[in-house]
Design a protein around this ligand. Structure first.
Ligand code: ATP
Length: 458
């Protein structure tokens, strides 16, 4: 299917109708930029996280996982610089009251030819005035000046009314790794270079329209921080760019829809930074980031906590303040890319169109559906379900014609359908149908686990 025909609307509609993702708090009219994963979506999301963890923790000898608290000592956010400066340049349209990010308005207006990353607020205002950039919603030119919008959600802690301290919902997970650098290094007896990895929730008071799962106010990040000596950092950075690309490809994204995008504007401490972008139905957008963060994180936490972050090389006795390379990708953003990539409308020989999600089998929500040809084959089919569900996430469906049941499984991307028929009772064989080729083969029930396992490896 041509990429141009895959619209976000089609993907969103399929997600809602088939139980991938529902609008957050829907019975109350929803809650902007929040989404709930349904029974199919939660399997997809979990498989995405499992694949990432396998690749970047399980198969990476010098990487250690953590699961840090969402609520952290507020000093962490002073050290990280978020309390002082974490914000977006926002403008409100005075006519329709819609709020926008000034940098996004410029990017969209210039169709990506102008990069606002290096502009000050005054320069962005001047550009918008000079080019008469109108409100994308109502078409008027009636802007407020740019103001910086705080992206951190605040909550409060305290048991006595009136005596409350502000605490923050973390806007990024990586601080959980920095504050545990010494703990992990000591308990794992880790030597530089080594990485600490985490999958967890982050919260940002985002003001831009969400585009479904692309930008949400609550989202999960899968990320790792590699601590290293400065002289090895650029090589490690380049290595993670490649690993991030390879992962995106292996998990199912077509390389034609991936590209590197080097940052023009670097944080004052950074030597280099790069995103991988994916060509979503809404255009090329950031999928993940790889950042060289210098010694900023370790030096700031050393300063604010008063604890030395110095690593002593066990061979040379050299004292090193580690440099950090970060690789970070959003679970929801990657899941959205995979949904868009997988979506397909195929015209069949009989002229009908089938909607099929071509997920990588390891990512597919269900691996196999068990379908008795007739209801009176249910007992045998349930036996097969009991056998296979010990190994894989399985669906069971006995409602409707077999053709309709295949279509339902195609729409949620189930790679294999096992059909129980009367021959099954006679000789212990079933048919197994491949989602993509729609071909069927006959196979003994005893061989199903081995057959399916061999096809769903990541
Ligand atoms: P953006 O420019 O899109 O706001 P960012 O550069 O601020 O993203 P990082 O802080 O580097 O993003 O976060 C790392 C990754 O986390 C991003 O590449 C993206 O995959 C994901 N991410 C960031 N913000 C959001 C969000 N609001 N909703 C969903 N995923 C997000």
């Amino acid at each position: 299917m041509e990429n141009s025909k895959k619209t976000m609307e089609k993907v969103v509609n399929l997600c809602k109708s088939r139980g991938f993702v529902f609008p957050g708090s829907e019975i109350y009219g929803g809650f902007a930029n929040t989404w709930d994963y349904g029974p199919i979506g939660v399997e997809l999301e979990n498989n995405v996280k499992k694949a990432w963890w396998k690749r970047f923790v399980q198969e990476s000898p010098n990487t250690y996982g953590v699961d840090a608290s969402i609520l952290m000592n507020p000093r962490v956010w002073e050290a990280s610089g978020h309390v002082a400066s974490f914000g977006d340049p926002k403008m409100d349209c005075k006519s329709c009251k819609q709020r926008f990010r000034a940098d996004n308005l410029i990017e969209d207006h210039s169709k990506g030819s102008v990069c606002p990353d290096t502009m000050t607020n005054e320069e962005m205002e001047a550009y918008i005035a000079e080019h008469n950039v109108k409100c994308p919603r109502c078409g008027n030119f009636n802007w407020t000046p740019i103001r910086t919008f705080k992206l951190m959600f605040e909550t409060s802690r305290g048991t006595i009314e009136g005596e409350k301290d502000v605490v923050y919902l973390r806007p990024e997970t990586c601080q959980g790794e920095y504050v545990n650098f010494l703990n992990v290094q000591r308990t794992a007896r880790a030597k530089l270079p080594f990485a600490i990895a985490q999958i967890g929730k982050s919260f940002r008071n985002e003001i831009t329209p969400g585009n479904f799962l692309f930008r949400t106010i609550e989202f999960e990040q899968m990320e790792l921080q590699m601590f290293c000596k400065d002289e090895t950092a650029v090589d490690i950075y380049n290595g993670y760019k490649e690993k991030a690309w390879q992962f995106a490809k292996d998990v199912g994204l077509n390389e034609e829809r991936l590209r590197f995008h080097d940052h023009d504007k670097l944080a004052h401490y950074a030597k280099c930074a790069c995103d991988i972008q994916y060509n979503f139905p809404i255009g090329w957008q950031e999928l993940n980031g790889v950042h060289h963060r210098g010694t900023w994180d370790c030096s700031r936490h050393q300063e604010f906590s008063g604890k030395s972050m110095i690593y002593t090389d066990p061979v040379t006795n050299e004292k090193i303040l580690p440099t950090v390379i970060e690789y970070s990708i959003g679970v929801g953003r990657l899941t959205l890319a995979l949904l868009c990539e997988a979506y397909d409308e195929e015209v069949l020989e009989n002229g009908e169109t089938r909607v099929v999600m071509h997920f990588h089998p390891a990512i597919a929500p269900y691996k196999v559906a068990i379908l008795p040809l007739q209801k009176n084959l249910g007992n045998k089919a349930k036996e097969v379900f009991a056998l296979l569900s010990k190994e894989f996430m399985c669906d069971y469906d006995e409602a409707g014609s077999i053709g309709k049941r295949y279509r339902r499984q195609d729409e949620i991307g189930t790679p294999f359908c096992v059909t129980i028929d009367f021959d099954t009772l006679e000789n212990g064989t079933v048919t197994i149908r491949d989602r993509d080729s729609m071909e069927q083969i006959r196979i003994e029930i005893d061989k199903l686990v081995e057959y399916i396992s061999s096809k769903i490896k990541f």
